[in-house]
Ligand binder design. Structure first.
Ligand code: KG4
Ligand code: ZN
Length: 392
């Protein structure tokens, strides 16, 4: 049995995350052990600006990535694989590679000199999709480690990671019956993809404008809630349900009856804006509006997924992405598979693994080990902000 220590890196948006995961066996039968996990959320920084500015995110990733690397390794407590030494030539290559990431080359060298060579067999890094300036920090950090330590790198798709997050039971990837449908709902994406096997994705439908998480965040902002708005809307909506506050606004359920599997959320967002601009909202108005919005979004998701399940004879439904942390949406899909589609197995990520993390990147990297690049080939790896899950 092959055992492999994977170091995974995620910097696609506003989370700087590094994990050390041991994989015993080959994908999909491997057993995974989380040895070290470090995640720094930049939320407090972005809250001041009301959203994520890519260059602010980049600056924060540069500051935090070495501390996260050290934290994950420290937690893993693995014996060092030797004293770290480098050559003048490698140092020069490193400063060229990291010339836009000010201070990172020195911080990394100092860290390696302090803690020695980490016993890592593979580096998995998110190279897209996401905010390009943010992605580049993780990609360049992976390239730097590959260059200095001679370790292969597997470029990983962030959305693939969300799929793995959903399936992962803390130890293994379960046996999945295909075809599976993955509904990916996050701050940057809203798409349904058909999986005939692991790592093979075909697009079924996607948003024509805003991503669903983006709609949550924008609506939250309109009613004066802090970034990220998703969880805040969820809280208010739950309060409205508990208090039985009547409907505040009749909101549209965009494209709910269209024959395709596409989505659109910008009209819904505009409808909320129109309502908000009409009059000053009381606390209960806000609660009711948050609930009305959540209801509209959930109705559309459930309807579209139901149609896709029927159309494609789906056996497994996988929900992935940050918006799956939403309680109401989770419950709606549990009900759907318990009542209407009893033969469909449902996977929803553990709430802690719903939003961005690096554990999912280790899993997705291991699943695609055949795409691993040699340390030399890895030097031409690029970040791709628009990398899609279904074209690759
Ligand atoms: O997957 P993710 O962490 O990052 C991206 O890849 O985009 O998703 C972040 C998105 C944000 O828009 C956030 O508001 C939303 O997920 N989100 C939620 C909840 N928790 C996070 N939306 C609704 N309800 C939640 N509880
Ligand atoms: Zn994500």
């Amino acid at each position: 049995m092959t055992t492999m220590i994977i170091l995974s890196i995620e910097t696609s948006c506003d989370e700087t995350a590094i994990s050390i995961v041991r994989a015993d066996g080959d994908f999909p039968d491997a057993t995974y052990t989380l040895l070290g996990n470090a995640l720094f959320s930049q939320i407090d920084i972005h809250r001041e600006f009301g959203g994520v500015f890519p260059n602010v995110a980049k600056r924060e990733h540069i500051k935090t990535i070495v501390p996260m690397y050290e934290k994950a390794l420290h937690e893993a407590n693995l014996p060092s694989a030797g004293i770290f030494e480098t050559t003048e030539e490698k140092r020069e290559a490193l400063s060229t590679l990291l010339f836009r990431e000010e201070g990172l080359a020195d911080a990394l060298i100092a860290s390696l000199q302090k803690s020695g060579i980490p016993p890592i067999d593979l580096i998995a890094v998110t190279n897209g999709p996401g905010l390009e300036p943010a992605l580049w920090v993780g990609v360049n950090f992976a390239k730097a480690l590959a260059l200095l330590l001679d370790i292969p790198v597997v470029p990983t798709n962030h959305m693939d990671g969300h799929v793995m997050s959903s399936l992962f039971d803390g130890e293994k990837i379960p046996t999945v019956t295909f075809p599976a449908l993955a509904l990916l709902i996050s701050g940057g994406h809203t798409e349904m993809v058909l999986m005939r096997d692991f790592n093979t994705y075909a697009l079924v439908g996607q948003t024509r404008d805003d991503a669903i998480g983006e709609a949550f965040d924008k609506v939250a902002r309109m009613i004066g809630l802090p970034y990220p708005g998703g969880p805040e809307i969820g809280k208010l909506a739950n309060e409205a349900r508990e208090k039985n506050i009547p409907e505040y606004a009749k909101l549209p359920q965009p494209m709910i009856n269209s024959k395709d599997f596409d989505f659109s959320f910008s009209g819904l967002k505009t409808a909320v804006r129109t309502v908000v601009e009409k009059k000053e909202l009381t606390g209960d108005d806000k609660r009711a509006l948050a609930r009305d919005f959540e209801d509209a979004v959930t109705a559309v998701l459930v309807k579209k997924v139901s149609g896709a399940i029927e159309e494609h004879g789906i056996a497994t439904l996988i929900l992935g992405g940050g918006v799956t942390a939403n309680e109401y949406i989770r419950t709606a899909f549990k009900q759907l598979t318990e009542q209407e589609f009893r033969d469909v197995s449902l996977y929803i990520p553990d709430r802690a693994l719903s939003t961005d993390n690096s554990i999912m990147i280790a899993l997705a990297g291991h699943a695609r080990i055949k795409d691993a690049l040699s340390p030399t080939a890895a030097q031409s790896l690029r970040a791709d902000g628009n990398r899609s899950i279904h074209a690759a």
